[in-house]
Design a protein around this ligand. Structure first.
Ligand code: ADP
Ligand code: GN1
Ligand code: MG
Length: 369
């Protein structure tokens, strides 16, 4: 018999030694990967809030290594924040150890759970409201990369090997096509052709790396807009979250994923493609923030090819959504059967726009070189 969520919540309460009464344990946030809950305990008139997550084992094969990375990276960030006079309670995730010192709870069903402190008075956005939202986002993700620039990259585990190896993802896509496990290939001919026609995009980042043109850095690798907490009142960026994919990577990808998600004028799963555009004002605002946030650490060539990061990662996302659709929705959470196909189409639309407006985008980057 599988454990119910309520069983797990009470086991966790004991395992972590949380006092008081568990008043609330509700699903929380819009992540596509982990199961997230907000836990609220009340004791002697005080309220303690935690974010509890079940780590997705289909996606992350070694949750123990993932937590080791996350704890080490947050300790590094905490030191930096303290020494620069920041607020370590709000500006970095704080994972909570259990009574035995471990940073996860392994339940009787073999599922891994971890807890961080809830950061008060914050929101995370799925889409941006204004270019300024992108500027603060760029500053935050750039600063995050800058704060980790002295962290020894080779001491981190690869929590998902080949995560942004678009070249391998392209090859895998072709294998999945041949297998057609879910019998869906027939209904996506246009989308498949779109992907296959653009093999050049699949090769760009890894080929650049192989030629020694770009360095490997410690990067976030999932800089989607909603992986940043924003202060509810001031609108300022507070804390970069979702650290499960912090590992060696390329700066162009941390640039790219935020453009993909934040410069888009519509949700990632918007069905009406006439609403989906890559807004160049937002693109420019993110560029300005990101380059400022990286505080001089990027090479000239890295800056020059940032637009290829946006194009490449958006293309990669189309490949990933379509691969998942063709495999029968095994990776991303979906709310209805065509969800991954709808997501694929928004990404394709963004790729087409970025391709059509390459010259304008080049001029934006030139301003910040
Ligand atoms: P996933 O990997 O599934 O995307 P995330 O770690 O991004 O999961 O968390 C999902 C959502 O939960 C985030 O987008 C954010 O809104 C919220 N969240 C996560 N951690 C915290 C935290 N410590 N404080 C406040 N909100 C959080
Ligand atoms: C996932 O975990 P979340 O929802 O922040 C995914 C990203 C994708 C994104 C698309 C570990 O991000 O890589 O870009 O969905 N995370 C993982 O929305 O695969
Ligand atoms: Mg997330």
């Amino acid at each position: 018999m599988r454990l119910s969520e309520n069983d797990v919540f009470s086991q966790i309460t004991a395992y972590y030694g949380f006092g008081g009464i568990l008043r609330l344990a509700d699903p929380f946030g819009n992540g596509h990967i982990n199961d997230t809950f907000l836990l609220v305990y009340e004791q002697d008139g005080r309220t303690d809030k935690y974010v509890l997550q079940k780590i997705n084992k289909y996606v992350f094969h070694h949750p123990d290594e993932l937590m080791e990375n996350a704890v080490r990276v947050t300790e590094h960030l905490r030191k930096k924040i303290k020494s620069s006079g920041g607020d370590p309670e709000r500006e970095v995730l704080c994972f909570v150890p259990a009574l035995n010192g471990k940073y996860y709870y392994l339940d009787g069903d073999g599922e891994y759970w971890r807890i961080s402190r809830y950061i008060e008075n914050t929101i995370s956005r799925d889409t941006a409201d204004s270019p300024d939202d992108l500027y603060v986002t760029g500053l935050a993700f750039g600063h995050f990369q800058s704060q980790l620039s002295d962290y020894p990259a080779d001491s981190l585990y690869y929590t998902i090997p080949g995560f942004h190896d678009t070249r391998s993802r392209f090859e895998r896509f072709k294998t999945v096509l041949k297998k057609d496990l879910a019998g869906r290939v027939k209904e996506c001919e246009k989308e498949i052709a779109f992907i296959l026609e653009r093999e050049k995009l699949a090769r760009y980042s890894m080929d650049s790396y192989d030629r020694g043109e770009i360095p490997l850095r410690v990067t976030h690798n999932d800089t989607k807009l909603n992986n940043l907490l924003i202060d509810r009142e001031t609108g300022k960026a507070i804390c970069v979250i979702d650290l499960d994919t912090v590992m060696p990577g390329f700066s162009m990808n941390d640039f790219g994923d935020a453009i993909r998600s934040g410069a888009s004028t519509a949700d990632e799963d918007e069905k009406d493609l006439s609403k989906v555009h890559c807004d160049l004002e937002r693109y420019e605002a993110y560029t300005k923030g990101f380059i400022e946030g990286c505080s001089g650490k990027l090479t000239r060539h890295e800056i020059e090819i940032l637009p290829m990061g946006a194009l490449g990662i958006t293309y990669e996302q189309a490949v990933r959504f379509l691969t998942d659709y063709l495999e029968g929705d095994v990776y991303y959470k979906t709310a209805y059967p065509e969800h991954n196909l709808i997501r694929t189409r928004t990404q394709m639309r963004l790729v087409e726009e970025m391709e059509a407006r390459q010259e304008e985008i080049r001029q934006i980057i030139e301003k910040y070189m």
